[in-house]
Design a protein around this ligand. Structure first.
Ligand SMILES: Cc1cc2nc3c(=O)[nH]c(=O)nc-3n(C[C@H](O)[C@H](O)[C@H](O)COP(=O)(O)OP(=O)(O)OC[C@H]3O[C@@H](n4cnc5c(N)ncnc54)[C@H](O)[C@@H]3O)c2cc1C
Length: 474
């Protein structure tokens, strides 16, 4: 489905406009302020970030407990009503658009930090807790939750997309940091997966299955999260090169050298220009690598010095160290604003954000070929990359009513995915599939898609959970 499609019929095959009875049944189970059928409420839940297709749900439901979720899902299962979970709605591929209508299940009111068990390095939270709030609550413990997607995302949404961010190169992705879950299954059962032990070989790895399922296999109602110690010392650096290739070659060497890299990000000149315009920062308008090292003080100092020496060897145009917290905060503020800055400097344009991940040794060739495709097709855009773990985004823009321009963006996208798959990479390193990448899933996974459908059919026999997302149509 392309952003130009107007959704008039249910694309996934699940039927049902919300029946009057279901609305009455929901009303019997929940307070009136937990149901919203107002125009503004339905409009607010009709679209996601970076995806043009809009489709209103028939009702927005705000559960406040696992019990509420369980009753809603039991009713939805009995009436074959589609359910689309949503939290902060910052996902970038139409994941939360209720393309078949039905219930938009808004989990933002389930926002309690249930427990912080610092001795066991874990926290238990409801799914609507945003990760910055958890980290704020952890500030006195010396621990933190290290996944940091740029948006103020919810931990339930992050588990469901297997989100990562700037720190994944050192601490792993969300899936690596979830010890256990409480889930309401698509048939209305409440189950627990995993536990509180740091490791387990028991049963099938259901926790890992639900992480990254994009709400297609059930609703996460509680998460037990692994926490990590705050590093004793942190140091950063900003290194600029005349071209992107110089940056990527430098990054590849930094990663391969085994330095304690905690963050390794790349912005091209267009992204830096957007940040300069949007935030008024005086950054040199050239491709720039943002680095951070975590560890003990001598180790991070040695790593920073080594990185700067390597940068000089690679002919860096400029290099600057960030040693104190204020300089580090300024450095990462610029990086975290890159997406919104690039959108802000393209007023009135629609955007498509790509999300390839490839083996680090193939990064230079894939980025080079991707930028060549962008140039050949005359598409405006910029590069924002978590290059330390082989992941990069091109944010590509087109006028929303210009079908030819949109087709050029899609052509670039398709070419990029082909490049990534040819070197053993993936069409999505962290954003997930949603609606955006459906057409690439079979090219990446082949017959394994049939096994994925078998899992989906077994766990969601009525096909009500976030229909039309994650797996290509059969
Ligand atoms: C500026 C910006 C920067 C970003 N940077 C990054 C980045 O660096 N790394 C990255 O990984 N992502 C990034 N993202 C994307 C986004 O923040 C992540 O995908 C995030 O995990 C989404 O969380 P959310 O709370 O917004 O979830 P939503 O968008 O509300 O939902 C995401 C998906 O999870 C499902 N879902 C939500 N809650 C539940 C639940 N409790 N149970 C079951 N399913 C559920 C939804 O159905 C949907 O499929 C960025 C987005 C923006 C706008």
């Amino acid at each position: 489905m392309s952003p130009h499609d107007v959704v008039t019929t249910p694309p996934s095959g699940v039927s049902v406009a919300l029946s009057g009875n279901l609305l009455a049944d929901l009303g019997a189970q929940l307070r009136p302020d937990q149901l919203d059928v107002s125009d503004s409420g339905l409009d607010l839940h009709a679209r996601g970030e970076s995806w043009d297709v809009a489709r209103r749900p028939d009702v927005v439901v705000y559960p406040e407990s696992t019990d509420d979720v369980q009753r809603v899902i039991a009713l939805a299962y009995a009436t074959r009503t589609p359910v689309t979970p949503v939290a902060v709605n910052s996902s970038l591929g139409g994941h939360t658009v209720p393309i078949d209508g039905g219930i938009s299940l808004d989990l933002t009111r389930m926002d309690r930090i249930v427990e912080i068990a610092a001795d066991d390095f874990l926290a238990v939270v409801q799914p609507g807790v945003a990760y910055p709030r958890l980290n704020h609550a952890l500030r006195a413990t010396g621990l933190f939750f290290p996944v940091d997607p740029g948006a103020e995302a919810s931990l339930g949404g992050m588990a469901s997309t297997n989100a990562s961010g700037t720190l994944a190169v050192r601490y792993g992705v969300t899936r690596d940091l979830v010890l256990g879950l409480e889930v309401v299954t698509p048939t209305g059962q409440v189950i627990r997966t995993g536990g509180r032990a740091p490791k387990s070989s028991s049963g099938y790895a259901l926790t890992q299955l639900y992480c990254g399922a994009e709400g297609t296999l059930g609703v996460i109602t509680e998460l037990t999260l692994r926490l990590v110690p705050r590093p004793e010392a942190v140091m950063g650096a900003r290194v600029a090169f005349a071209d992107v290739r110089g940056c990527v070659d430098f990054v590849t060497e930094v990663i391969q050298s085994g330095m304690p890299v905690a963050r390794c990000e790349l912005l091209d000149a267009a992204a830096i220009r957007a940040i300069r315009q949007h935030l008024g920062l005086a950054l040199p308008e050239v491709p720039t690598v943002f680095l951070e090292f975590h560890g003990d003080a001598p180790t991070v100092l040695a790593a920073t010095e080594l990185a700067l020496a390597l940068a000089a060897e690679h002919g860096a145009a400029a290099a600057e160290q960030a040693t104190d917290p204020a300089a580090l905060a300024a450095l990462w503020h610029a990086r975290h604003q890159a997406y919104y800055a690039s959108v802000a400097v393209h007023p009135g344009m629609a955007n498509v954000i790509t999300d390839l991940a490839v083996p680090v040794s193939r990064l230079t060739e894939v980025i080079d070929a991707s930028l060549a495709a962008v140039e050949r097709n005359g598409v405006p855009g910029c590069l924002i990359g978590h290059v330390g773990d082989g992941n990069f985004h091109l944010n590509l823009f087109y006028p929303p009513d210009d079908h030819a321009a949109h087709d050029r963006v899609e052509a670039v996208y398709a070419e990029m995915v082909e490049l990534a798959l040819a070197v053993g990479g993936t069409c999505t390193g962290e954003h997930g599939v949603g609606l955006r990448k459906l057409e690439y899933v079979r090219a990446e996974h082949g017959d394994a898609v049939d096994v994925m459908w078998a899992v989906k059919d077994a766990l969601d026999p009525a096909g009500i959970m976030n229909p039309g997302k994650k797996l290509p149509r059969r």
